[in-house]
Write a protein that binds this ligand. Structure first.
Ligand SMILES: Nc1nc2c([nH]c(=O)n2[C@H]2C[C@H](O)[C@@H](COP(=O)(O)OP(=O)(O)OP(=O)(O)O)O2)c(=O)[nH]1
Length: 313
């Protein structure tokens, strides 16, 4: 078995939300394939240091804000690589490429260039996961009010909804989930249904969100495009990763009004728990819009919330 090579790679965002890909030069492995700028971690360097150095050497840019994101391993014919992906949220300098055949700024939802390096498929899927998940609570506020607030949130840019209605009867839930899908679809928003893969498929939702108890008893990944799970511990996060789930939700980070008295993690513990995972993790629990920077600095992909998603103030 070949030695493991540590690699740092950056998702570099431009001002318009597009991200940068580079085409590998002739005379390299996978010449002509597209990759995220980056390179090997040198002895004594942290992956973050390596990325800052590589982006300076390769592209002539200076990183201003770097956020840890996800880590994936891949076995190539030539090497076993561990890829540490970071988001380069802010940078300065003029882009001058020294190593690629071409560069391209790509839209997050549908990158157009190809082929992509084989390890990068799940990375592109993770980039498509929206940064904010709105979790419904129609059981508390009423179906009509929830749908009204959903319309307003979709109009303001919400692109990921979790239908979660623990107290609702089966036929009402089916009708409610179908109504959410009907509203979300024209906006290009994803819908996942909590706890019920059959219902998700029946109403044409994009996926299922498993409870921690369902994750504990899971035997195989449900056959839906998006599958995520609620987690509270590192063991649960690793189990979710082991089934190839697309995302996890981890909390509670801060105290919440909906689950008073529940133990909280805080951002430091959150950052420790999500380090090195291969899938994006959304932070949950008492979070508001203003917490997004803090969440992403701690390694979260974004935020999942009940109240703050429907709050119109
Ligand atoms: N930079 C980068 N490397 C990636 C990505 N995806 C992926 O599988 N890799 C792999 C390809 C390479 O095996 C390794 C990156 O190493 P590298 O670019 O420094 O070096 P290389 O293999 O081209 O060759 P060399 O430096 O030994 O000449 O990580 C990605 O998105 N960006």
């Amino acid at each position: 078995m070949s030695k493991r090579v540590e690699v740092a790679a950056g998702v570099i965002f431009g001002g318009d939300g597009r991200f940068l890909l580079g085409q590998r030069a002739p005379d390299t492995f996978y010449a002509g394939y597209w990759e995220f700028p980056g390179g090997k971690v040198e002895p004594g360097e942290s992956p973050a240091d390596a990325l800052v150095r590589e982006l300076d050497e390769e592209l002539g840019i200076r990183v201003r804000v770097l956020r840890p994101w996800i880590t994936r391993e891949h076995l190539y014919e030539h090497a076993h690589v561990r890829l540490h992906f970071f988001e380069v949220a802010d940078w300065e300098g003029e882009l001058r490429d020294h190593v690629h055949s071409a560069l391209s700024w790509e839209p997050v939802d549908a990158p157009e260039v190809g082929p992509m390096l084989p390890a990068n498929g799940p990375i592109l899927k993770a980039l498509r996961l929206p940064r904010w998940m709105g979790i419904t609570h129609a059981t508390d506020i009423g179906v009509a009010r929830q749908l009204e607030l959903l319309d307003a949130a979709l109009a303001s840019g919400l692109r990921l909804v979790q239908v979660r209605e623990p107290g609702m009867g089966a036929s009402d839930l089916c009708a409610f989930a179908a109504a959410v899908v009907k509203r979300a679809r024209p906006r290009g928003a994803l819908v996942v249904v909590n706890g019920n893969a059959e219902l998700a498929a029946e109403v044409g939702a994009d996926g299922v969100h498993l409870s921690a108890a369902q994750l504990a008893g899971l035997e195989a990944r449900p056959a839906l495009e998006w599958v995520g799970a609620s987690c509270h511990t590192r063991a649960e996060l690793e189990r979710a990763a082991g089934f190839g789930l697309d995302y996890a939700v981890l909390g509670a980070v801060l105290p919440t009004a909906t689950h008073p008295g529940q133990p909280t993690l805080g951002w430091e513990r959150f950052a420790e728990l999500v380090g090195g995972l291969p899938m994006p993790v959304l932070a949950l629990g008492g979070l508001r819009r203003a917490d997004m920077e803090r969440a992403r600095a701690a390694g979260a992909h974004g935020i999942a919330a009940i109240r703050a998603s429907w709050d119109q103030s």
